[in-house]
Design a protein around this ligand. Structure first.
Ligand SMILES: Cc1cc2nc3c(=O)[nH]c(=O)nc-3n(C[C@H](O)[C@H](O)[C@H](O)COP(=O)(O)O)c2cc1C
Length: 306
């Protein structure tokens, strides 16, 4: 038996029972008077990542927070990912202290706010974020819009509760946030497009939440650098098995064996979907036979579309 101990699972187990690495995100929301309010959040993760009509994030938060109240009211928010710098983290912890109105919090805010790119009336975004996701709450899922009836109930909401979208417990809320725009600082957008190296990544703080009532703990990124772990070549398919898959696609576009060689690293479960994407681009560009040159051209088009 390995040397593990069972821990009692308690409220906020992700920080009380675990060392759970999380992102540090400052969420901007729109107040009724048109100003922007900022709150700090870590429980914000990708939710719909593929195969749906839209892409989405999920946010878990206290339903009496300014952030939750504003999202319930107008649905708009921006997820601002901060860089690893003590001054930003200090401000994130200040903005993470409950019980202050937006006006009280924002009068001392030292973060610079600018307009984003998504349509409509929106909260401002953090100029110094390395990436920002502008979102709209999908209040149609699980009739989330009905939670709006509880706007202003800041001392705890009585049941019934939703399961995953809207008010989900006396003090809790979940929001499924449709992604309207992803904004990336240009140098990192270039890095994503041009292929990643050790120094391509932004410096990001990794936080571990509140482990006691005195301190918020996080790990500084400076001095560490991302390390690449090669994906084993033995995981590759053979060109023949790529060809087998390509020949069974519902299309007139044909693949040469040379072109198939270029797709051997795609994991088997994703092969059909990946080849269909390639075919779609071929069809859009009048390519009937995908040989090596065509496959390279298609790869270039995909890169540009990223
Ligand atoms: C780095 C950091 C991460 C936090 N993450 C969350 C979170 O994921 N969910 C949550 O409900 N509160 C979280 N908090 C606490 C909120 O920031 C706190 O409730 C704050 O009052 C929210 O601000 P608001 O009322 O202006 O929205 C976090 C605090 C900090 C400092």
């Amino acid at each position: 038996m390995p040397d593990f101990r069972s821990l009692k699972v308690v409220d906020n187990f992700y920080q009380n029972n675990l060392f759970f690495p999380m992102p540090t995100v400052i969420i901007s929301t729109l107040c009724e008077d048109g100003t922007t309010s900022l709150g700090s959040y870590s429980l914000v993760f990708p939710y719909y990542i593929a195969g749906k009509d839209y892409y989405a994030m999920i946010l878990e938060c206290r339903n009496s927070s300014n952030t939750a109240q504003n999202i319930l009211k107008n649905g708009k928010c921006a997820l601002n990912f901060i860089k690893d710098d003590r001054k930003y983290f200090k401000e994130a912890v200040r903005l993470g202290f409950p019980g202050k109105t937006p006006a009280e919090k924002m009068k001392d805010c030292n973060l610079k706010l600018v307009g984003g790119k998504a349509d409509g009336e929106r909260p401002l975004i953090l100029e110094d974020a390395y990436q920002v996701i502008e979102c709209t709450w999908d209040d149609s899922l699980e009739d989330g819009y009905k939670s709006k009836e509880h706007i202003g109930e800041l001392e705890g909401v009585e049941p019934p509760y939703n399961n995953f979208n809207g008010i989900t417990s006396k003090f809790g809320c979940h929001f499924i946030l449709k992604i309207d725009e992803i904004l990336m600082e240009s140098k990192y957008a270039d890095n994503l497009r041009d292929g990643l190296k050790k120094n391509s990544f932004p410096n990001v703080p990794v936080d571990y939440g509140y482990h006691d009532s005195k301190n918020f703990w996080y790990k500084k990124f400076k001095g560490f650098s991302p390390t690449a772990e090669a994906i084993a070549a033995s995981n590759s398919c053979s060109a023949d098995s790529v060809m087998y898959c390509a020949e069974r696609l519902d299309t007139k576009v044909r693949f040469t064996k040379e072109a198939c060689e270029m797709y051997v690293k795609i994991p088997r479960p994703f092969m059909k979907a990946a080849l269909m994407q390639v075919v779609k681009i071929a069809e859009e560009n009048g390519i009937e036979v995908i040989d090596k040159a065509a496959a390279e051209k298609i790869a270039e088009i995909r890169k540009k579309n990223k």
